[in-house]
Design a protein around this ligand. Sequence first.
Ligand code: F6R
Length: 240
Amino acid sequence: MKIITTENYADLSKAAAGVIAALLKKKPDAAFGLATGSTPVGTYQILIEMVRAKELSFARAKTYNLDEYCHLPQDHPQSYYTFMHRQLFDHIDILAENIHIPLGDTVDLEKSCADYNNLLAGADIDLQLLGIGGNGHIGFNEPHTPFTKTTFVVELTEKTRADNRRFFNSIDEVPKLAITMGISNITAARRILLLASGAAKAAAIRELVKGEVTEAFPASVLKNHPDVTVIIDREAAALL
Ligand code: F6R
């Protein structure tokens, strides 16, 4: 596991965008696993600027998102579909047919998981971008999720729903279920790039770097992966 520590969030975003841009320049039809959440927003912003400046093109790239809420319309302001379009896809030259996000707005969630899993099986993801939860979650794989899991529907904990309450009008509106790549889908990527910023992530980063591999801390599975880069800012690195 290679660890890069940057001074602040802006430098972390620059470093992460640099890794993605270098891969895309070398392999214009690369496949990327992408994450939502606040951490990658700065990275996406820099990639958008590079595309606008014609330094970079996603015209042949493919993307696969980690997760999506269930039973929330795709066009809901808080769906991950909307998030990704607003934060990245609407501003770059990626083709709509090359964007893949799990389908959560369906009655047949089992089929949706199977479909996404089949898609991932042939995706050959070159680089998976990840954030990390304070409890070590990656995607929506919460502590004690088996490392062998493929795409599945997860019941969100009351803690996660309460954390996400701020984005919705009321707690009742916060989805109870989400569909997520499983840990074995995530670790199938050729290369992993995990980002963490701020003091709230410091304990999780210490656990990731110094702790043992255990399903109690999902991100620890990355220690078994041959090509992982972790980019953290000084605050997230504070307990190392
Ligand atoms: C996002 C995702 C989550 C986040 C994690 C960190 O698609 O699956 O695992 O990466 O919760 O979120 P932020 O970046 O908001 O701290």
